[in-house]
Ligand binder design. Structure first.
Ligand code: ZN
Length: 243
């Protein structure tokens, strides 16, 4: 089976649509595994939720998904994030809110545990460095784990008692083998690794291989919608730089 792994769509319809088109083009993808933060920051929360729900998918909750419906607090958010989160809350339909409310914090699929932030603290914790990843290997029972949240495509690999980090580069096959892994496919709708193109991965369970793809999209169209909506300028500008 082949499945697509998407994280941090962040209400960016142009990026999400471009990724779905890319998935279609590559063919044979049976299911989308979504790692949360479907909404907030971007201008199309409702449309992105509709599009995800129309696809064959599983999805875990992200901090922004639950902050937008008041299920977790915005305490850790900066002013721009609070502004966009409050804007997002007004754009969600009752069905959207129900969907977000009922998202699980973690899911197991095949040999993977899916979580937004980390398996230890699925909603809040960032896995940015090997020591945090090393501790988190004790918090899931499957061989592998998929996370989002940092918006940085990366691979944490357990080798004996050590944990190694490498950037998840595009178009290079990652062998899903005997080492335990925590993998981040980067962000669809708000990349932060210096590459503004949308990021996602495809896992092939027969080939035991995962591959990251970067997809160009109409960034300006998204930015124009954000400006029109009055969303914070800093959030608009960062899409140009993937930062
Ligand atoms: Zn996010």
């Amino acid at each position: 089976m082949r499945c697509a792994i998407l994280a941090d769509i962040h209400a960016n319809l142009e990026a999400f649509t471009a990724v779905l088109t890319d998935i279609e083009k590559r063919g044979d993808v049976a299911e989308i595994w979504c790692l949360g933060d479907i909404v907030d920051y971007g201008p199309d929360p409702h449309a992105c939720l509709q599009l995800l729900r129309a696809a064959n998918h599983v999805c875990v909750a992200g901090n922004h998904d639950w902050a937008a419906i008041g299920k977790v607090s915005m305490q850790s958010f900066n002013d721009d994030a609070i502004t966009s989160c409050q804007w997002t809350a007004q754009k969600l339909t009752p069905e959207d809110k129900d969907f977000l409310m009922n998202l699980p914090a973690t899911i197991q699929k095949e040999n993977f545990t899916l979580a937004h932030g980390s398996p230890r603290d699925p909603i809040s914790e960032y896995i940015l460095y090997p020591p945090t990843a090393a501790e988190n290997f004790n918090h899931f029972t499957t061989p592998y784990c998929l996370v989002g949240h940092s918006h940085l495509p990366g691979i944490f690999k357990q080798v004996g008692s050590a944990t190694n980090y490498s950037i998840f580069l595009s178009n290079i096959g990652l062998v899903i083998g005997k080492n335990r892994l925590i993998i981040n496919p980067g962000s669809v709708g708000q990349p932060r690794d210096g590459d503004p193109q949308a990021s996602y991965a495809i896992f092939d369970s027969e080939a035991k291989m995962m591959r990251l793809y970067r997809v160009p999209y109409d960034i300006e169209a998204t930015q124009n919608k954000m400006l029109h909506a009055g969303l914070p300028l800093k959030l608009v500008n960062r899409l140009s730089h993937g930062a």
